[in-house]
Design a protein. Sequence first.
Length: 189
Amino acid sequence: MSSNGRHLRGAVIAGAVATTLALAPAAAAQAPAGAPTAAAATTLVFDKNQGHPTNSRLSVYRGGTLWATYRAGSGLGIKDDCVRGRGWMPNGNWKIKLKSRTYNGRVIKGHAVHLQDMKCSQGTLTRTEMFIHSEMNRDGGQGGSEPRRWDGAGDYRSNGCVKLNPNDIKKMFRLLDRIGWPTHLRVVS
């Protein structure tokens, strides 16, 4: 990527963080002592890699400061966000519905962040059952076979969700427990 491209991408991410902070609830002003304020709100930003969707980045910001970045994938390499089960996650501000270390879904298990449903960019399809997740058993351990065992870079492929390495999603949960959980995931490209 050229220097201009990196600067433009940095400006887009900074704008996404600023927008997300501006969207922080007014209730933060009435938060109990010790709770993060809007100026120190935690933000998750998923930056989709146009050249290689399964080599994208999920970043954690607090008050505009970058705390961590993790490799993440979304989709099966298809950039059309209106393709159910194969296309990458649509851009937008996704509300976090649930976070769990022991999620026990039909497909997704273990550390998982369940996101709201959202229409794709063309408005022709609502993307449902979207998560930030990995490949693991319900207890967070590795299984003996797919889809419960992480085997390497090919496992960043997903049905559209944001997918992390098991160690990275565990680190992210510990970090967010410490600095505060965001209310949304911002997806940009």
